[in-house]
Design a protein around this ligand. Structure first.
Ligand SMILES: Cc1ncc(COP(=O)(O)O)c(C=O)c1O
Length: 424
């Protein structure tokens, strides 16, 4: 639906008086002030329009307004949420996953780190220097020691640095919770999880996977074999986060945290003098840190999974594969036009205008970004570190500002769009 159509929306079955209707018209006007997220010409940040089925299911359920904290407040939607957890967990290779939906990837990762701390209070969180900033911040919230592991030239966690840090911790009788990112926010790099797991086991470390962005690509074949090997090892990790509100076609407010060992639910154990009386069955509030949570998110995800089951080669796979093709197509079009590009690992393209020095090229990239926006083509920018930069240039500043394009929609698989981006 085009946003302009919001202005003509009619809600015949709702009890809306004339004042309500006037306010909604004003709201529809105010909502016009946005980037065109749902259109192909928006290829900037990680923003993907939800499927209309998900939106309809979410809206429908909002009339019941269930609360998935306890069965007291959301019987039907708690059952739907448990089905979603099984579907997401099975996609990751967990046989009997324990987990739940969250408001997003930040809270989902917080919970995974919190469980790691409950299991081992002195554990140190080790994450790729390119991991999402949330890990450092949430470690701070949890009072956990945090450190970064060097990224290699492809943005993947450097195994030697990881091994050295694990050895150093061992000297002081400590161990780590390694956060492996499968799909970094900046460039979509995939940490070598298949190699991290045996290393972790040899040092008694825990492994958490942040697949908030990349998790759904478990259904696909990625361009690099080593990245596919990493994805194939998720079933061996202790916990994993995936965000249905990124690639899973959901409206915002839908992340998920999953644990391999269902007995880890014990860390959440608490009693509530107010709830949990209606049934002896599991109340989701008994295994979550958040209390009230929208049953509507579970309903929307459940409905989406009926149409887009998480199976290899299915409808969800087809959509994601178009995104991978789009990144490949845009990258080779840009190459033909003389841009510098990084080989995309997922559906994120990083490219740059060529030039001599970091400051000059950064300025050219910023100008390019703005000139594209003026043409109604919306991209993003990214600060590329020197270690990840494969191009020869003079480093007169710390980072290089490059152009970043996240191609999350099947509509991005369009040679016309790639040409429009590449044409100066
Ligand atoms: C890898 C990764 N982890 C965590 C997050 C945070 O997720 P959210 O924005 O849903 O809180 C993001 C967001 O982009 C991400 O890409």
């Amino acid at each position: 639906m085009d946003w302009n159509e919001l202005k003509d929306l009619d809600f015949p079955q709702l009890q809306l008086d004339s004042e309500d209707q006037r306010i909604l018209k004003v709201l529809a006007e105010r909502l016009q002030d946005n980037y065109p997220y749902a259109k192909a010409n928006y290829a900037g940040q990680m923003i993907k329009p939800p499927h209309h089925l998900a939106q309809a299911a979410h809206w429908m359920t909002s009339f019941v307004n269930p609360n998935n904290h306890a069965l007291d407040g959301g019987r039907a939607t708690s059952a739907l949420e448990l089905e979603c957890v099984v579907a997401l967990g099975n996609m990751m290779g967990y046989e009997k996953p324990l987990g739940h939906l969250t408001s997003g990837g930040t809270v989902a990762n917080l919970e995974a780190l919190w469980v790691a701390r409950q299991a081992n209070p002195t554990t140190k969180v080790l994450a790729n220097a390119q991991a999402h900033y949330t890990h450092e911040r949430m470690s701070e919230v949890l009072g956990m020691d945090f450190g970064t592991v060097r990224a290699d030239a492809h943005g993947r966690m450097d195994l030697q640095d990881l091994a050295d840090q694990l050895s150093a911790l061992k000297q002081s009788n400590r161990t780590a919770t390694i956060v492996a990112t499968l799909g970094t926010t900046g460039i979509g790099a995939v940490d070598p999880l298949d190699k991290i797991i045996p290393l972790a086991h040899s040092f008694g470390a825990r492994v958490h996977v942040d697949a908030a962005y990349g998790g759904y690509f478990k259904l696909c074949s990625l361009p690099n074999t080593c990245d596919n090997d990493a994805f194939a090892a998720i079933n061996l990790a202790d916990s994993v986060v995936v965000d249905p509100h990124k690639h899973g076609l959901q409206p915002y407010g839908c992340g998920a945290v999953l644990f391999k060992d269902p007995s880890e639910g014990k860390y959440y154990k608490h009693d509530s003098p107010y709830t949990y009386f209606t049934s002896n069955e599991l109340h989701l509030g008994e295994i979550t840190l958040e209390c009230s949570r929208p049953g509507a998110s579970a309903a929307a995800l459940w409905a989406t999974l009926q149409k887009f089951p998480l199976v290899l080669g299915g409808a969800m796979y087809n959509r994601l594969d178009k995104s991978l093709q789009a990144a490949k197509g845009l990258s080779s079009t840009l190459n033909t036009h003389g841009y510098w590009t990084l080989e995309p690992a997922m559906d994120i393209c990083i490219f740059s205008k060529p030039g001599a020095s970091a400051s000059e090229i950064s300025a050219r990239n910023r100008a390019f970004f703005e000139s594209k926006a003026a043409q109604d083509i919306h991209l993003a920018l990214f600060k590329l570190s020197r270690e990840q930069c494969p191009w020869n240039l003079e480093w007169d500043q710390e980072n290089l500002v490059v152009i970043r394009s996240v191609l999350m929609k099947p509509e991005h698989n369009s040679p016309d769009l790639w040409e429009a981006i590449a044409n100066s």
